[in-house]
Design a protein around this ligand. Sequence first.
Ligand code: NCD
Ligand code: ZN
Length: 347
Amino acid sequence: MTQSLTLRRPDDWHLHLRDGAMLQGVLPETARHFARAIIMPNLVPPVVTGAQAAAYRDRILAALPEGARFEPLMVLYLTEDSDPADIRAAHASGLVKSVKLYPAGATTNSQSGVRNFDKVRPVLEAMAEIGLPLCVHGEVTASEVDIFDREAVFIDTVLDPLRRATPGLRVVMEHITTSQGVDYARAGGPDLGATITTHHLIINRNHILAGGIKPHYYCLPVAKRETHRQALRAAATSGDACFFLGTDSAPHVDALKEHACGCAGCFTATNTMSCLAHVFEEMGALDRLEAFTSLNGPAFYRLPVNEATIRLVKHDAPHAYPDKIYTEAGPVTVFNPGFPLHWTVEA
Ligand code: NCD
Ligand code: ZN
């Protein structure tokens, strides 16, 4: 019997679209299924000012396929020189939906990020006042902290003090990968949300490292041990309002992934909804998929839910996704979940 499920059209609350030829190549993969996405600003140079965000938004809209309905939700990259007045204006005009905090050196193109948190205090205070969310890449960068511990240490030594020092600041913990992240988000109240990626529900660190190194599973924050994956699956499928989808789909051309110093990022835009339907079905939680992909995110960002819907259909035969998409910037490998995908998006 064919099983099907109708959901409000999903949104992606953490997405990398890049620019130029890569943007042109990857945007259709997201616009096919998603109504809106929070667009990460870690371009080179980064999207710091309202004017830069407006120009980037125009480039995204120009790259959309004919007839596509997709709304990019713009984000400013927080630097130690960010101007609170510019951020206020970009928010007041409706252009910008969040500001992104990258600890300097934490991930791809984060070198312009924050080193000294005192320098961004006026910006954080302005954001708390106007209710503009701060999206946080939650990893410390100190070389003496083990890479698998960087998220948990960040929560205790940076995030919690920062939130206590800035009452009213609304924060999204981006791409959480640990049970500590899950627990902290759950306890945080209505001003704290957390995104969870598709791939962190599917892979643990063995997928990257056991039986030969698999560069296409390497992303940041790096996938952790299995107990953490289980905590993330429980959180995503719980229906709890603080958890919502942020795919962190992060394309890099194969030449830079399959490299002696490979880039971090999994490209999941193409098959994310199929992967999620599989995971939620496995967890006996298909009835909570819509909360995760289409309801909890808009509620946190204080935006209306989408009126349009998509239909997910489960087929007897597995659906074959392309191994790669071919962009003018080069080939990009699509995330391989390691199991056959029976769910497809029909409309
Ligand atoms: C992202 C990228 O490539 O821009 N990479 C990743 O592994 N997630 C950056 C990020 O979100 O950390
Ligand atoms: Zn990201």
